[in-house]
Design a binder for this molecule. Structure first.
Ligand code: NAP
Ligand code: GDP
Length: 331
């Protein structure tokens, strides 16, 4: 259920009025990464509310209005979405499209009705065109169809950018968005079939080690990805809330030089789990989009000194979290 972090326990900062920040999807992977950071660098002018789906169904306009009426947020970080890895996206294209269109319409319309000063929504680098030049940047979202494997999710997410622009031009609303790459960390969804690649392989590796079996990586392992640790994203979301004033989106990503293959990621997971068994590839399964290499030049311009957690360390922390929390982890 909804959790509220009271302003009273926070230290002071330079905002003049109290901000009431409502986080949709506050118990998910990204929401929990954000919460860690909010607790680490508190401000006594900020009151944070982390919503879960148990507080209300954000795909229902009436239920969404009840939440806005109750909390009267001045700021919203909109994370709630139907989310999944490549194989879930391939199975439920219509559900991804409809559910996410519904959620985004309810949340953004309520942000307008309740005069929210700033709303930050979460897009993804997997919504970019399939046939494109690299690196991809923020101006290229609508330049061509997305990869066929996830077009339902991609079109729903692309429309957030259109909605933000329309709310801004018609009503002057300050609604913006961030574009993170493939995210992982504690509190992820570790489901064996529907999750993203890192949590899926962590769970599989845990079972392979326990049962003395090989670790099966789906696809060739040649696909390339930029991965983002949820705790780093938590820091960047707070920076976005406090400092980013554009309506246009901003890519939140490690550099192009930090792109890694799925094969390398599987090796890092096996090492972090101290798994000594065989790693095999099921090449009958899809690789999805070969790569989505994104530029973080815009982010670097704003935050030249931002330090991302090294991927090996972040994977080790995620593996340790999963092993320590096996009973309660989503899976
Ligand atoms: P997640 O762990 O699955 O969390 C999603 C959250 O949305 C959950 O807290 C869930 O609530 C909530 N939610 C879903 N449907 C809802 C509904 N109808 N009403 C109210 N709440 C609902 O996903 P995540 O990875 O943190 O994703 C957060 C955001 O980042 C999403 O917008 C996603 O598209 C974006 N993103 C994710 C990735 C990635 O690799 N994971 C990459 C790029 C962008 P419950 O917990 O109560 O079910
Ligand atoms: P994407 O980055 O949006 O494509 O989503 P994922 O996080 O699901 O990553 C998909 C990539 O990881 C594809 O190249 C898959 O072939 C590869 N992969 C390897 N093993 C797995 C697995 O167990 N689960 C998932 N989701 N992907 C896997």
């Amino acid at each position: 259920m909804m959790e509220e972090l009271s302003a009273k326990k926070f230290k002071s900062d330079d905002h003049s009025e109290e901000m009431v920040i409502m986080v949709t999807g506050g118990r998910g992977l990204v929401g929990m990464g954000l919460k860690v950071e909010v607790e680490r660098v508190p401000s006594d002018k900020e009151r944070w509310i982390f919503l879960t789906s148990a507080d209300g169904d954000l795909s229902d306009m009436a239920a969404t209005r009840v939440l806005f009426e109750k909390h009267k947020p001045t700021h919203v970080i909109h994370l709630a979405a139907m989310v999944g890895g490549l194989f879930k996206n391939m199975k439920y294209k219509l559900d991804f499209l409809r559910k996410n269109l519904q959620i985004n319409d309810c949340v953004l319309q309520c942000c307008y009705e309740y005069k929210v000063k700033k709303c930050i929504s979460c897009l993804s680098t997997c919504i970019f065109p399939d046939k494109t030049t690299y690196p991809i940047d923020e101006t290229m979202i609508h330049n061509g169809p997305p990869h066929d494997s996830n077009f339902g999710y991609a079109y729903a997410k692309r429309l957030i950018d259109i909605q933000n622009k329309a709310y801004h031009e018609q009503y002057g609303c300050h609604f913006t968005s961030v574009i993170p790459t493939n995210i992982f960390g504690p509190h992820d969804n570790y489901d064996l079939n529907d999750s993203h690649v890192i949590p899926g392989l962590i769970h599989k590796c845990y079972l392979a080690k326990k049962n003395g079996e090989p670790l099966t990586v789906l696809g060739t392992g040649n696909a390339l990805r930029q991965f983002l640790y949820s705790k780093d994203l938590g820091k960047l979301l707070i920076w976005t809330l406090r400092n980013y004033e554009e309506i246009d989106p901003i890519i939140l990503s490690v550099g192009e030089e930090d792109e890694v293959s799925i094969k390398e990621v599987a090796r890092m997971i096996a090492e972090a789990m101290d798994f000594k068994g065989e790693v095999v590839h099921d090449t009958s399964k899809s690789d999805g989009q070969y790569k989505k290499t994104a530029s973080n030049a815009k982010l670097k311009k704003y935050l030249p000194d931002f330090q991302f957690t090294p991927i090996k360390q972040a994977i080790q922390e995620s593996v340790d979290w999963f092993v320590d929390n096996f009973e309660i982890a989503r899976k």
